[in-house]
Design a protein around this ligand. Sequence first.
Ligand code: FAD
Ligand code: UQ1
Length: 412
Amino acid sequence: AERHSIVVIGGGAAGLSVASQLLLKLGTTADVAIVEPSEWHYYQPGWTLVGGGIMKAEETRKKMSSFMPKGATWIKAAVSAIDPDQNSLSLADGRQVGYDFLVVAPGLQIDFCCVKGLKEAVGHDGVSSIYDYEHCQATWEDVRAFKGGTAVFTQPKSGIKCGGAPQKIMWLAEDYWSRAAVRKDVTVKFCTGLGSMFAVPKYREALERLVRERGVDASFGHELVEVDGARKVATFEKADGSRVSLEYDLLHVVPRMGAPAFIKASPLACKATGFVEVDKQSLQHVAYPNVFACGDVASTPNSKTAAAVTAQAPVVVHNLIRQMEGKRGKAQYDGYASCPILTRRGELLLAEFKYGGVLAETFHAPPLLDQGKPQALFYYMKTIVFPFAYWNFMLHGRWFGTRTFFEPRYTE
Ligand code: FAD
Ligand code: UQ1
């Protein structure tokens, strides 16, 4: 069977970052393989911009082949099972691949099926989602065509990637309707299974102020359980088990999501959550020291974002190389994540925090910018700097987010 020194599962933000950084450190003769079935690589943070009419869907994807790092072997297939006791993977096409070291980075699986009627409804008759390449353009078509009525935006209580995106698209839509002078005829509802607008108090307060100022009708503890696309009715379940139904004219849904099925079924998964059970600082598997996880699939209690990947990838790379030398690496991930919350066209609130919701703001020192306030500079970072840095540096192993210029590299 085929065998490689290092195998990376997934060629997404995390898989390509780690593979590129490994090849930069070890040289292009290192034996690194990436298992990735997709023809395309998606810049998912752009999907919010597509839904808001700021970017085109085609700009958010590029051919996977142009991002496979030089020296890496691309195994163009999906992993269907992992056997960490045999250091071996099964592929969907029946092949087996062996490894000495494994980096698990297949991201999350989006489940449109958990909510009754959603799979049938999404993509037409005013129902859309920025959580899917195929449906994010429909969000903008719906928002642009809307002339009045009830617009409902949902968020599930279970963990999602980019926890701020469900409200970002609402703020962009609300702003568009204000500019188009139809806002007075629109009722904007935000229905979330969670208990507040954001987990970190500083940003929560700022966002709850915006809810009041901009006349958003927010309902907490409201979990979407059913969509009747024909009658345009969305049904929510409350914590006490009771149900409420709402008639909508426009519905933006955020589906539930979780670890991919083949991860949940593997010995690498945390039994309770299904995510790959790694140490939250070293990102090394708790039972298999030759296995690491990076990105959304890791069990680490951070906010799942590409920004978090910029901080995780160098930790995985350092600790993996030390492990290859038979030593324990000392690099530690501090839980850094950032959520750039678009509050309207031209304005963005840049939330940055680490484990425990402790602030980790890049621009905090006076007289720099107040990150508790939406700022124009952050908007241009999100719409211009981040996409450019992602495609041209991050996927090539040369972008470390806020630490790109300031943070010393791990040397020991
Ligand atoms: P992904 O990038 O999803 O990549 C996973 C890869 O694994 C894919 O290429 C997939 O094809 C592959 N794969 C899947 N299954 C298998 C398999 N069985 N075998 C092999 N390969 C497989 N982050 C931010 O930092 N800022 C933002 O503003 C932001 N906004 C977002 C808005 C939206 C609407 C969404 C959806 C996400 C947003 N994110 C944002 C989050 C960000 O996109 C993710 O956190 C990031 O892509 C995670 O990287 P990853 O490599 O773990 O997963
Ligand atoms: C970031 O580095 C990054 O990567 C390109 C993003 O794009 C997805 C981000 O959204 C954020 C917030 C960062 C963090 C970087 C800085 C400079 C705050």
